[in-house]
Write a protein that binds this ligand. Structure first.
Ligand SMILES: Cc1cc2nc3c(=O)[nH]c(=O)nc-3n(C[C@H](O)[C@H](O)[C@H](O)COP(=O)(O)OP(=O)(O)OC[C@H]3O[C@@H](n4cnc5c(N)ncnc54)[C@H](O)[C@@H]3O)c2cc1C
Length: 431
């Protein structure tokens, strides 16, 4: 499926003509989706990655495609949580104290948005693309016969305490009143019938029936295989190192495998995107928000529903042959370690809820750097100063959910069509 840059036949078309070729930088789920819709629009597409295909944040996340997640991270109370975390290395949301003016500016911009009004504004912008994106998945998964454990079982928010239930009921009310996203409330007594993997004695749960889930690594591998069959070229171990420009256009990408030319260029570099602000002549304020997961073999009773445990901030993802626990949000730069205590914390957090053992052997322990923007919205659009370059980055905690709509919007912008959604809230120019 992969080839070297030397064998690429991408060409630069003359001005004013419809683009014929595109290069996408980054083979995460967002880059894959961009390649899909660009190829569907008739372009010859090459996708490059500094590492392996979908080897970064898109590999072992929780797999939720979750239109119920309309509330951004910028909510009232988030700053207090961040400040408390400075003193607590075990906090799920943690900012590691260090000297970094970029990080502290990011935090300041984030803090300014942690109020009710901006939470609702960001939520409205998120809802438009979350709803559109799940619709795209519903079309493309059968169309491409993607065997990726797509399930539409909704998402279950499970609460351990009555206080937790009351608190979450307020969130649920907000979701219903402002966004029309409603859950079914399940009392503690009924929970073990609803999902026998849950222990008796829990306070209750809220079930959002409109959410779906996949096994992320299967989605990535199946989707890239279909695209390769269609002629999309994937080039692994090919790092973008620089950009050649002339008269407001990019003329070529400099890469570790030589220069690569095309008519259009899409930056889908996830958490690394801010590195390219200067070269792409724009502001891409993306910070890595590190999370962890541990994947274990199937247990009995196996969870039926994908779950979130808000009081412990952990996700539980059931797969055909196993299950995954995932969580944490660390602002600790590009730190590549997987501390054992963080994996243990995932297991400890799930133990009070799950009837099955959570201490089984790990098939995989993993970290991923979420591409975090300070307003919780992705960056999707044309670059203001480079006419033939586009950005698809900053998808925060929702890159899997938002990938298809992002790819479709990018293809519409690249080919000069009117986007099917208003792209203003996601524009590069907002920073
Ligand atoms: C624990 C955890 C659970 C999560 N659960 C969910 C979930 O349930 N649902 C959901 O929607 N989202 C979830 N997310 C978030 C989701 O994983 C991310 O938003 C998404 O993977 C981002 O995709 P991406 O393609 O933008 O980035 P990535 O997958 O990180 O891809 C970016 C790619 O760009 C490449 N790249 C960077 N720089 C260069 C360069 N100079 N040259 C060439 N290539 C380059 C990288 O190698 C990488 O492969 C979760 C994240 C974590 C950490």
């Amino acid at each position: 499926m992969t080839s070297s840059a030397a064998s690429q036949s991408v060409t630069h078309s003359t001005d004013g003509k419809q683009p014929e070729t595109a290069i996408v930088v980054g083979t995460g789920i967002v880059g894959i989706a961009c390649a899909h819709y660009l190829s569907q629009a008739g372009l010859r597409v090459t996708v490059i990655d500094q590492g392996k295909i979908a080897g970064a944040c898109s590999h072992a996340n929780c797999g939720y495609v979750c239109p119920s997640h309309v509330l951004p991270l910028t909510e009232p109370g988030a700053i207090g949580m961040a400040l408390r975390s400075l003193l607590n290395p075990r906090a799920p949301f943690r900012v590691k104290p260090r000297f970094s003016p970029t990080l502290w500016n990011w935090m300041w911009q984030f803090a300014r948005r942690c109020n009710h009004r901006q939470m609702l504004t960001a939520g409205t912008a998120l809802q438009a693309i979350l709803d559109a994106s799940i619709d795209e998945y519903r079309k493309l998964i059968p169309e491409l016969s993607l065997d990726c454990e797509w399930e539409e079982n909704g998402l279950l928010y499970v609460l351990q305490t009555e206080r937790g239930m009351e608190h979450f009921a307020e969130t649920d009310r907000l979701l219903t009143e402002h966004f029309g996203v409603s859950a079914t409330r399940i009392d503690g007594d009924g929970l073990p019938d609803f999902d026998p993997a849950l222990k008796p004695g829990l306070a209750g749960a809220f079930h959002y029936p409109g959410d779906a889930s996949v096994r992320p690594d299967r989605l990535n591998s199946q989707w890239t295989a279909r695209l390769a069959e269609r002629g999309v070229q994937f080039v692994e171990d090919c790092e973008l190192t620089g950009v050649r420009k002339s008269s407001g256009d990019i003329t070529a990408l400099q890469t570790s495998q030589g220069d690569m030319k095309a008519d259009r260029f899409v930056l889908a570099t996830g958490a690394w995107s801010s590195h390219w602000s200067a070269a792409f002549e724009c502001r891409l304020p993306v910070q890595p928000g590190k999370g962890y997961s541990v994947t274990m073999p199937r247990v009995e009773p196996s969870p039926r529903y994908p779950m979130l445990l808000p009081e412990h901030k952990v996700g539980v993802s059931p797969f055909a042959n196993g299950f995954r626990l995932g969580s944490m949000m660390e602002f600790s730069g590009f730190d590549t370690t997987i501390p054992e205590h963080r994996i243990q914390q995932l297991r400890d957090s799930a133990r009070p809820y799950l009837a099955a053992p959570v201490d089984g052997p790990a098939e995989e322990t993993w970290y991923g750097w979420r591409p975090m923007t300070w307003d919780s919205l992705p960056i999707i659009g044309r670059l203001p100063k480079l006419a033939n370059a586009f950005v698809a980055a900053g998808h925060n905690m929702l890159g899997l959910s938002l990938a298809p709509v992002t790819g479709r919007l990018i293809a519409e912008l690249v080919t000069g069509q009117t986007p099917h959604l208003d792209v203003a809230p996601y524009s590069v120019g907002r920073f």
